[in-house]
Design a protein around this ligand. Structure first.
Ligand code: 8X3
Length: 259
């Protein structure tokens, strides 16, 4: 097996969005352990500050920066702090509702497009010069299996994640020849504290049902581990797209449940 690459001085900073919980927080921890100086961004200041403290106390390096990725002016301001960065992990996003197309709320669709697609676009555009300047940059887009196939009740989220997938795929075409990789990680069923809870507006019962009888849904750490693996491949190796699901999930609609 190829040994993980150690980040060079110019590429040592990794910015992670949505770092306040779940996959984002787990990714920040793992990239910090891999030798990156992680910059944690999210809207919830208390959470990212607490995580930065935890990472620093473990002997690694982290700073917290409160940021809403959908606020372009704030993102541009954030980007002025960096001349070079090595890694941008676009993880912020999420789902709202499981309504069918016939009755889904346009406002939910809009918000999902804003966070999953425009947020990724804002961060990627703003930081691309710094990623390129490092001479060895990596953009990670955390999409979803929802970015590759649909399911009933999922259209708003599926449409947004298809948007994130297309952004990654198109950017890779457009910047080929420049020293920046574009990696898409597409997780299936991941059990985190907040993903389903947010999707169902805080309804714990509905959120729990998503994972009912599923032996071992993926964890945030499983996904973070995959992201860290892809990021630490040698610079010439671009993991274009990696789909990961729990063993109990064969497709978006085929899940084995022991009930
Ligand atoms: C999460 C996967 O199946 O809830 O991105 O759309 S799913």
């Amino acid at each position: 097996m190829t040994a993980p690459a150690t980040p060079s001085a110019a590429s040592r900073i990794a910015v992670v969005t949505g770092a306040s919980s779940g996959i984002g927080a787990a990714t920040a921890r793992q990239l910090a352990a891999a030798g990156y100086r992680v910059v944690l961004t999210a809207r919830r200041k208390d959470r990212i500050e607490a995580l930065a403290e935890e990472i620093n106390a473990a002997g690694h390096s982290a700073t917290a920066y409160t940021l809403d990725v959908t606020d372009r002016a704030a993102v541009d301001e954030f980007a002025t702090a960096f001349r070079t960065i090595g890694v941008l992990v676009n993880n912020a996003g999420g789902a709202l509702g499981t309504d069918p197309v016939a009755t889904g709320a346009p406002e939910d669709w809009r918000r999902m497009y804003e966070t999953n697609v425009i947020g990724t676009l804002n961060m990627t555009q703003a930081l691309l010069p710094a990623l390129t300047a490092s001479g060895d940059g990596t953009v990670v887009v955390v999409s979803s299996t929802a970015g590759h196939a649909t399911y009933e009740g999922g259209a708003g989220y599926v449409a947004a994640k298809h948007g994130a997938h297309v952004l990654a795929e198109t950017l890779r075409l457009e910047i080929v020849g420049q020293p920046v990789r574009v990696i898409e990680i597409a997780p299936g069923m991941v059990k985190t504290d907040e993903f389903s809870l947010n999707r169902f507006g805080g309804d714990e019962e509905k959120a729990a049902k998503v994972y009912e009888g599923v032996a071992e849904p993926l964890t945030a750490d499983d996904v973070a581990d995959t992201i860290a693996w892809a990021v630490t491949r040698p610079s010439h190796v671009n993991v274009d797209l990696l789909v990961l699901r729990p063993r109990a999930q064969a497709s978006n609609t085929k899940v084995h449940r022991e009930l």
